[in-house]
Each structure stands twice: as structure tokens, then as C-alpha cells.
Design a binder for this molecule. Structure first.
Ligand SMILES: [Zn+2]
Length: 343
């Protein structure tokens, strides 16, 4: 079968591979709609270290082609939403609630596409634990909306959850690409007060406001922490980092109050270091939490996202601004994402 992926670092193209093999509890799907993500382009440039001959893509709506005999809830022909994180639901780590880190060996093994197996930019792709990881696409949610739940909405919301946004909190969101926009929306749905979004692109600013941002700041207007402290001398309750470099952790430390939270959902580069002066972290005594994570996996999580859309509380379909028809167009879409990572 044909797939699009990284032949080696900085070298993407079409790859010929064997069709994935069905194993117990699992399903084979063909993609109906896919979305390239900066995680795909970042990985293709070696952001997670060297990888070879790997089909990329981890955001998909698919049609079930084949299921193992023990799969109860799905059959060939079903149109399903595929979470980008598909944990092994037998992993012991899940019993402690580590959905993304659902593994007994290795880091981030719940995130299998891009990481430990071929992704969804293929004529066929494999999904483990189909009954626990797949969701039937609801009639009243469009393909475009559903596609935006599997990573963008789920990861953006994860940022707001890890930040523990409470009613009336003042929240800063770094970056208003699609994940940052969904972090804004997640913070708004959790009842934040002021939501300060940081970004510069006019179309993204308009969407940020629509999704709940109450103020917009730009790094072009000077030091961000100084700008935030000028408005909130006492600091803000939490920050959500959905873009930029590790410098945003230092910036966040200069913005948050004692007892505040810094929630990172940005995929830093393997070459980056994280360091900050101890004084910024209250000498380790200020109860400032720094947490980093990624969207939680599995069917139930995505069902919750779909319920929010079906109830018309949020339309993540507005995140889409390019649409291509045809499997071969993956190449063009990938290149657009690679060259314009903020779209
Ligand atoms: Zn993604």
C-alpha cells in the first residue's frame, strides 16, 4: 500500500509498505479525512529524534475495513473518529489515570502514530483496542468538526485541564494556532474570567475572540511578562503554553501568582533545554506548578468532545482554512502545513 511519510530526517515523500496486519481486538481502517499537524512536520524534521521509513499522520476520520473477531462494537463500513492517542487499555499505568502515558515500558506509548507505528496518511492504517479507542461519528457532527476533536480540541482542552482553570481565573494562552485556540475555548468553557491570548495573525486573533479571549497581546509590543504584569501587577492564575520555545516557561514564571500553574502542551524540540533562575520559581517555595502533557486518549474522551459540538457549545470546524480532495493531495497539504506552521 501507499503512504506519505518521512523517508529520513528532512526527507518526506511517498512510501510503499505492506498493508497493516489485523491482530486481536484491533481494526484496520481506511482514511476518509485526515489533517496534517505541526507534530507531523516537526517529527519529519527530526524533532523527536531520527526516524526512518515512517508513515506520518495521526488525525483521522476513517472507515472500518476489517475488525478482529473479538471486536464487539464496530463492523466494516462504520465511519469512525480516531483519537490521536490510542492507549493499550490493558496497560497498568491506566489504572493510575495516566491515559497518555498508558504504557508499561517507554515514554508516551499511548501516542502510537508517529511514535511506534505507521500513521494515518496511508491507504490503510491500524488501530489497536478498537472497542476502547474508536467512536462512531455522530450524524449531527460534521466530518470537519469531528476531525478537529482528535488532537486540536482534545489537546487544547488538556491544556486548560492541566492548568486547573477555575471560575473567574485569569488565564494567559501562548499561541493561537489551532491548539492554542482550543485552549482558549477550553478555558472559557471551564469558566475563566479574563483570557489573554498571545498572537499576531489577524485571522487567528478574530477566532481567539470568538472562542473566548478577552484580551490579545503581541510579543511585537514588548516583553510579554512585562505587558501582563502591567495589567495584572499581582500576576495571573495560570498560563497555557501552546506554541513557541521553552522561553515561554520562563515568561510564564514571571507572570503567574504564587500557587499558580504553568501548563505546557507544546511539543518542544529534542535539542532544547529548559532552565530558569530559582528565584523565578519562588526559590522552589511558591507552590507554582509546572505541568506538561498531551491530549488524553481513548473513545470516552472523544465522545465528550463530540457532545460539546453536538450541543452547539463550540464549533472547532472553524479552525480549518484549507481543504483538499483526494488521497494524493496529502502531499500538498503536508507541504502547506510545513511551510506555514501557524495555520
Ligand atoms: Zn496533531
Amino acid at each position: 500500500m501507499k503512504g506519505y511519510g518521512m523517508i529520513s530526517v528532512d526527507n518526506v515523500g511517498w512510501i510503499e509498505k505492506d498493508k497493516p496486519v489485523l491482530t486481536g481486538g484491533d481494526a484496520i481502517l481506511r482514511p476518509i479525512a485526515v489533517a496534517p499537524c505541526t507534530s507531523d512536520t516537526h517529527t519529519s524534521h527530526g524533532g523527536a529524534g531520527p526516524k526512518e521509513n515512517l508513515i506520518l499522520g495521526h488525525e483521522a476520520i476513517g472507515e472500518v475495513v476489517e475488525v478482529a473477531d473479538d471486536v464487539k462494537h464496530f463492523k466494516p463500513g462504520d465511519i469512525v473518529v480516531v483519537p490521536c492517542v490510542t492507549p493499550d487499555w490493558s496497560a497498568k499505568a491506566l489504572q493510575d489515570g495516566y491515559y497518555n502515558e498508558a504504557h508499561d515500558v517507554g515514554l508516551m506509548q499511548g501516542f502510537k502514530f508517529l511514535n511506534s507505528k505507521d500513521g494515518v496518511f496511508a491507504e490503510f492504517f491500524h488501530v489497536n483496542n478498537a472497542d476502547s479507542n474508536l467512536v462512531l461519528k455522530p450524524e449531527n457532527v460534521s466530518i470537519e468538526q469531528a476531525l478537529m476533536t482528535v488532537d486540536m480540541m482534545s489537546t487544547g482542552f488538556c491544556g486548560a485541564e492541566m492548568a486547573d482553570v477555575k471560575y473567574g481565573d485569569t488565564v494567559v494562552v501562548f499561541g493561537i494556532g489551532p491548539v492554542g485556540l482550543m485552549a482558549v475555548a477550553g478555558a472559557a468553557l471551564r469558566g475563566a474570567g479574563e483570557i489573554i491570548a498571545i498572537g499576531t495573525r489577524p485571522d487567528c486573533i478574530a477566532l481567539a475572540k470568538e472562542y473566548g479571549a478577552t484580551k490579545i497581546l503581541s510579543y511585537k509590543e514588548g516583553d510579554l511578562a512585562d505587558q501582563v504584569r502591567a495589567i495584572y501587577p499581582e500576576g495571573v492564575d495560570c498560563t497555557i503554553i501552546a506554541g513557541g520555545t521553552t522561553e515561554n516557561i520562563n515568561q510564564s514564571l514571571r507572570m503567574v501568582k504564587a500557587n499558580g500553574t504553568i501548563s505546557n502542551i507544546n511539543y518542544f524540540d529534542v535539542s532544547e533545554d529548559i532552565s530558569f533562575p530559582a528565584a523565578l520559581w519562588g526559590l522552589g517555595m511558591a507552590d507554582i506548578k509546572i505541568v506538561g502533557g498531551f491530549c488524553r486518549g481513548g473513545a470516552k474522551r472523544i465522545e465528550r468532545m463530540l457532545n460539546i459540538i453536538a450541543a452547539k457549545r463550540l464549533d472547532p470546524g472553524k479552525l480549518l482554512n484549507y481543504k483538499y480532495e483526494g488521497f494524493d493531495k496529502i502531499e500538498e497539504a503536508f507541504k502547506v502545513m510545513d511551510e506555514n506552521p501557524e495555520i
